[in-house]
Design a protein. Structure first.
Length: 52
């Protein structure tokens, strides 16, 4: 809807989420051409300590 000229407030109302969230998503899209979250490498799992 944003790319067709719909205002952020209208999108916010339709989706029932804060306007600031819409603004952040649009900003991210303009910077990266994607709305997917950044992928972080998985942290190595710590070995579990066993009770002895």
């Amino acid at each position: 809807p944003y790319l067709t000229g719909t205002k952020q407030i209208v999108i916010s109302t339709q989706l029932n989420i804060p306007t600031s969230t819409i603004s952040d998503i649009i900003k991210k899209y303009k910077e990266t051409s994607s709305t997917e979250p950044k992928q972080y490498p998985e942290k190595p799992k710590k070995p579990k300590e066993r009770d002895t």
